[in-house]
Ligand binder design. Structure first.
Ligand code: F6P
Length: 359
């Protein structure tokens, strides 16, 4: 009998259930009655607390298009994983204990960057792990794309697109803040896809005076509205020059609720035009996966099950050139995939006339 545990960890995204389904259906298809799958509740928290249940094939039916995660999720910060919790529980020891109690052959982990650090730690502690790259941010190293990204970009693109009509009617400047944590993938894609005039991403620090001059130039050309797609992690050139700690505390002390409001304030001191900030927030993570994510998660889930069948543990399934490939967890953990400022897509966007507020 094969015994497999599954958990979803970190911020949710579209396609989590579809990925679970991909793993589950492939395992049942291969092993029939000879596999038991345990659903672990609320991410690593469930493994720490022993909160799990035996799943059945029916649990994996009808969930391809369902948003969120049927297993629940939580954030268990990696930097605190070695610290005892408020009940003096040693989290790593508890996770090992429950893994061994269940006699698992493998733990399947669906998560983003923080999740992968813990997954790699558990690997070094002797647990068999197979993981899948989940996040709307698309910032996991070792894979061309993460699941959730396409669906979230679709929503963010719709926002950028839809704002055009109201921006035009009122002749306003709109700053749309797009999720993505420390990287600009979502903003870059939604900005291009939604027709933004200016795209601000953390990888290309902006100069507020350059942004103001781009906006003024548009006005002189008779374009009386402008759309700025700003990543939630966008930073100015001055901020980029600060040591990381100083930047962190500057942002923590910021009087504005978020970066879109900060930029709106900075621009209002330079430009005599109405400015509005728009923050779609978690809306971008909600709802069903799109077609691309449904296909991707089914393929990723199947590939994860294949690794389990071959007893190849210690890997994340990544996508490279449209192929599902195993990537060693130690290579993935602790590395960020950000937008290369000299990438083709950035170069093309600039050539097309989109400003990144840097030159
Ligand atoms: O990692 C996904 C993400 O949505 C980021 O884009 C965002 O910075 C963060 O999670 C928000 O976290 P939370 O859901 O904890 O507010």
């Amino acid at each position: 009998m094969k015994k497999i545990g599954m958990l979803t960890s970190g911020g949710d995204c579209q396609g989590l259930n579809a990925a679970l389904r991909g793993v589950g259906k492939t395992l049942y298809n291969h092993y029939g009655q000879e596999v038991q799958i345990y659903g672990i509740r609320d991410g690593y928290r469930g493994l720490i607390e022993g909160n799990y249940h035996l799943m059945s094939p029916q649990d994996f039916s009808g969930i391809l298009t369902r948003g969120g995660t049927i297993l629940g999720t939580s954030r268990e910060p990696f930097k605190k994983i070695r610290m005892a919790d408020e009940n003096s529980v040693d989290k790593v020891a508890s996770m090992k204990l429950n893994y061994n109690k269940l006699q698992l052959d493998c733990l399947v982990v669906l998560g983003g960057n923080g999740t992968h650090k813990t997954a790699n730690l558990l690997r070094t502690e002797g647990l068999n792990i197979v993981s899948l790259p989940k996040t709307i941010d698309n910032d996991i190293w070792g894979t061309d794309v993460t699941f959730g990204f396409s669906s979230a970009v679709g929503i963010a693109t719709q926002v950028v697109d839809a704002i055009h009509t109201t921006a035009t009617s009122h002749q306003r400047i709109f700053i749309i803040e797009i999720m993505g944590h420390k990287v600009g993938w979502m903003t870059l894609y939604a900005g291009i896809g939604g027709g933004a005039d200016i795209i601000l991403i953390p990888e290309i620090p902006y100069d507020i005076d350059i942004i103001a001059s781009v906006l003024e130039k548009r006005n002189t050309e008779g374009k009386m509205f402008s759309i700025i797609a700003a990543a939630e992690g966008a930073i100015s050139k001055q901020e980029a020059a600060m040591p990381k700690k100083q930047l962190k505390s500057a942002r923590a002390e910021m009087k504005h609720p978020s970066v879109a409001y900060l930029i709106a304030d900075q621009l209002s001191q330079r430009i005599n035009q109405e400015i509005r900030a728009c923050v779609p927030g978690h809306f971008q993570r909600g709802g069903s996966p799109d077609a691309a994510d449904k296909i991707l998660t089914t393929r990723l889930g199947t590939a994860a099950a294949e690794l389990i069948i071959k007893e190849q543990y210690g890997y994340m399934v990544g996508v490279r050139n449209n192929k599902m490939v195993p990537v060693a967890l130690q290579e993935v953990a602790g590395r960020l995939k950000d937008v290369p400022p000299d990438s083709d897509i950035v170069r093309e966007a600039k050539l097309f006339g989109i400003s990144f507020g840097d030159e």
